[in-house]
Design a protein around this ligand. Structure first.
Ligand code: NAD
Length: 358
């Protein structure tokens, strides 16, 4: 397993260190044959070589079978030229590797039901997967810009655009994912208003004929936003475009209580992927041992499941997370009365122990 590790900035290196501990423990138990290399991305890369995505990192990323990323960015780099900001490195590596399929599970561990902003009975046992198209739609569509009209008024404009092949390839990712789960897929669009999503709906419906074992439904995005907070457990897999997916996946994230628990995957057409926690570099807690490493550990589990087909190892890591939560261990972000607060490294150690015992 050739894996490139990109620790990044802020709490990135701290949480990645714990995920590596867990991967090495999994290697000891299951004999994975890990081949790890490390690279610079984001602020760390700017400091070392003046740009957020060095050529060397990109070459290593192309050579790897999967990438595990911490997080990038921080106040130190907030005032540099826009094109050289740490986040540009992240966008560039996603685009260069063609990582169009973003998988964001929102799983609420029953032990953390009290940490959600919603009532425990609405979210207990929640397990949904949002599949977001990541390299197309209105975030990339041309023409775009801000222009001045003849009357002197300024006008901002963007273009929401999807070709049939782009819709079909993200549709396939979603149908395949649904097949491995509850076999229900909800495609979210705004087909009552936007032609681009009329096509989206048509292509999803055509694809459904190839997946007779998956039940496809459609929902307008405004209703989907409402249903996500009203009765989120009705969903299994949700597939949607870049803009709607950005918003809905953040809403789904909050159902689970802490951003420190949420993993993600971004996949290319061949299943190669970059795996990263949903959270950022959290400069407010960096270097203090307060970061929750579970989102990164769960991202590593997704890597084993989706890029390497090692579902049994991913299951074992996810079970180890359940075991440490059952034991009452909590980092500060998920701490509730009666539990024991631990630091980042102790959480990683406990996970390794649970994994090796399990
Ligand atoms: P953030 O996700 O870094 O932090 C938001 C809040 O959540 C903070 O209070 C932080 O302490 C807390 N938090 C985040 N992760 C945590 C964890 N694992 N454990 C415990 N608490 C955690 O978002 P932000 O503050 O808006 O952004 C900080 C920096 O991160 C910015 O430079 C931003 O551009 C960057 N960022 C990077 C990514 C990425 O690398 N994918 C994503 C989002 C933001």
């Amino acid at each position: 397993m050739k894996i490139l590790i990109l620790p990044g900035d802020g709490i990135g290196p701290e949480v990645v260190a714990e995920a590596l501990k867990v991967l090495r423990a999994a290697d000891r138990r299951f004999g994975l044959g890990l081949e790890l290399s490390e690279g610079l991305l984001g602020g760390a890369a700017i400091d070392a070589c003046g740009k957020p995505l060095p050529d060397e990192t990109l070459a290593k990323a192309r050579a790897a079978e999967a990438i595990l990323l911490g997080a990038v960015g921080g106040p130190k780099w907030d005032n540099i030229e826009r094109a050289l900001r740490p986040e540009k490195g992240l966008l560039a590596i996603r685009a260069e590797l063609g990582l169009f399929g973003n998988l964001r599970p929102a799983i609420l561990y029953p032990q953390l039901a009290g940490a959600s902003a919603l009532k425990a009975e609405v979210v207990a046992g929640l397990d949904i997967l949002i599949v977001r198209e990541l390299t197309g739609g209105i975030y990339f569509g041309e023409p775009r810009g801000i222009r001045t009209l003849e009357n002197g008024e300024r006008q901002g404009f963007n273009t929401d655009i999807y070709s049939e092949s782009e819709i079909r390839r993200i549709g396939r990712v979603a149908f395949e994912a649904a097949r491995k789960r509850g076999r229900r897929l909800c495609s979210v669009d705004k087909a009552n208003v936007l032609e681009v999503t009329v096509l989206w709906r048509e292509v999803m419906t055509e694809l459904a004929a190839e997946y007779p074992d998956v039940e496809l439904s459609h929902m307008y995005v405004d209703n989907a936003a409402m249903q996500l907070v009203r009765a989120p457990k009705q969903f299994d897999v949700v597939v949607t475009g870049n803009l709607f997916g950005d918003i809905l996946s953040d809403a789904a994230a909050m159902l689970t209580g802490s951003i420190g628990m949420l993993p993600s995957a971004s996949l290319d057409v061949n299943g190669k992927g970059m795996y990263e926690p949903v959270h950022g570099s959290a400069p407010d807690i960096a270097g203090q041992g307060k970061a929750n490493p579970l989102a990164t550990v769960l991202s590593a589990a997704m890597m084993l499941r989706y890029s390497f087909g090692k579902a049994e190892v991913a299951d074992a890591i996810e079970r180890a997370v359940g075991t440490v939560l059952d034991a009452g261990l909590r980092t500060g972000d998920i701490m509730t009365p009666g539990c024991r607060q631990v630091d980042t490294a102790s959480m990683g150690d406990a996970l390794c122990e649970a994994l090796l015992a399990g």
